[in-house]
Design a protein around this ligand. Structure first.
Ligand SMILES: [Zn+2]
Length: 220
């Protein structure tokens, strides 16, 4: 069975549904590896392969490294990932297999990033880095909150509207994403647009997220 590689790559590059982008503790935007896996599964009808090519457990440097190759038909992309080991913590029982898993996940994302997966979604958050580069401007006509008519998602059924329980306005995908960063808030029930998020919840948001909504806000 032949793969239509060009068509597959076009599908890989498509924007993900709103709310896909998550934020790490420090506020760094990322897309979970399961989302990438699911997209590749769908785009290739499961005809892809993840090859673990090398692992390196460096005890003196306290890290593990994984090198992977993601195959789609005759094409492939390589990636590597590192994960820190905690010094002083028992290695085998406690941390080695999970550290390797994490290193492989990172390597996988590093590899599929070369197909420009998730670039459209991440560009608005990487403006200080590559997101504002004129050569990549076509990626960023989807500023947070604006609608890009060319922007297609593979799973329109997952587009779900969320409305603020105070003002009934529909939340932007960034607002919905921000609510997901507040650990003790159930966003399915306590759905707030950004201005209506109660202050004690707002304080739990990563600084970068707050600054995105309140450019003049400074951490105290
Ligand atoms: Zn509101």
């Amino acid at each position: 069975m032949d793969l239509d590689y060009e068509k597959i790559v076009n599908e890989l590059k498509m924007a993900f549904p709103p709310g896909t982008v998550q934020f790490q503790g420090g506020g760094m935007a990322y897309i979970p590896n399961q989302v990438y896996t699911d997209r590749i599964e769908q785009a290739t009808s499961s005809r892809w392969n993840l090859e673990l090519r090398d692992t390196d457990i460096n005890l003196s440097g306290h890290y593990v490294k994984a090198v992977v190759r993601v195959h789609i038909g005759h094409y492939f992309r390589d990636g590597f990932g590192l994960q820190k080991l905690e010094a002083g913590k028992a290695l085998l029982e406690d941390q080695l297999s999970s550290a390797l898993d994490l290193a492989v996940n990172r390597a996988f994302i590093h590899a599929v990033d070369k197909w420009q997966m998730g670039w459209r979604d991440l560009a608005p958050y990487r403006k200080n880095d590559w997101g504002n580069n004129p050569a990549l401007k076509h990626l960023i006509n989807n500023e947070p909150g604006s609608k890009d008519p060319d922007q297609k998602t593979l799973q329109p059924a997952l587009r779900e509207a969320h409305h603020c329980i105070i003002c009934q306005n529909e939340l932007s995908s960034e607002e919905w994403g921000a609510l997901g960063q507040i650990t003790k808030l159930n966003r399915q029930k306590m759905t707030y647009c950004y201005p209506h998020i109660p202050d004690h919840y707002k304080r739990q948001l990563p600084e970068k997220v707050r600054k995105m909504f309140e450019p003049t806000w400074e951490p105290k």
